[in-house]
Design a protein around this ligand. Sequence first.
Ligand SMILES: [Zn+2]
Length: 354
Amino acid sequence: MGAENDPSLAIDQALADLRAAFLPRFRGATSEQALRDENAKILGKKGELTAILAMLGKAAPESRKAIGQKVNALKQEVEGGFEGCLEELRAKAREAELSAPPFDLTLPGREPVAAGHKHPISIVREEVIALFRQLGFAVFDGPDVEHESNNFTKLGFPPDHPATDMQDSFWTKSGHLLRTHTSNIQIRAMSSMKPPMAFIAPGTVYRRDDDATHSPMFHQLEAFLIDRNVTLAHLKGVLAEFADRLYGPNTPVRLRPSYFPFVEPGAEVDVACVFCKQTDGSRAGCSTCKHTGWIEILGCGMIHPVVLENCGIDPDQWSGFALGMGLERIAMLRYGIPNIKLMFDNDPRFLAQF
Ligand SMILES: [Zn+2]
């Protein structure tokens, strides 16, 4: 094979041309994709350096080794150049992002997004709060984690009452528990303020209950009023007004005697069923009211004199009433919701209905 047919010189020339050209080509790329495309044109399967390598087979055997080394050396240079340029491009992009004007987070989104709305429990809570405010009650708040004396003892719960059991309440290690009702707020208000007073106490409460109609966490709203000569008649007046405003004018209300440790006398309150009400005002009976025509909505009573005493209020001078309701129950009755869990699953298909 004559030297004039040996492609070694042509390969040398091609390598020298490529060595001079690759870096300016890389630097000319303005995006990462353009840089990768340029790199593929040189090192890819059908790339220029790969084509030069293919010429190696035609070179004189004695010069193949040297040419092979030159090809590999250039390949490494190209790879190093590519990595360097890639890093430069990325640094430039970062710099541009950091020095750009900040995003205006107050701009409206481009896609039309449906506005959210309130949860049924929030709707009912706000409605009931507004209703009691109109009747002259103010809102009082208290902690979710409460000392047992404010949650049980001062309310007249005997030490062996089932609610004080480990199985029924969520206890912490220090004689505190997650409040089992909002009545702890009543104790706090009566202990820190002098009567007369009229408050509502909305809040989250916790019990070890978990089935279709009970959730370990639920919402209560309590109302209490203390003044001179407050009687059961005042309580019934407030209840009648409450039922009228929540379920419509002249909604009948009845009190059934019941026992709660912190009231005497105590009662459960039924309103005439709103689901089977006829045009003449009578009730036909339905599954919601179990065909009685009445629905239980809350518990109430006259605040026990011992509870007043426990909070430093003289029961000979003052008397008062308290009533408490579960907001889930009010919402379930209002909207005909069959399972309390629906209100805590946060399924948009359920929530979108309110
Ligand atoms: Zn009914």
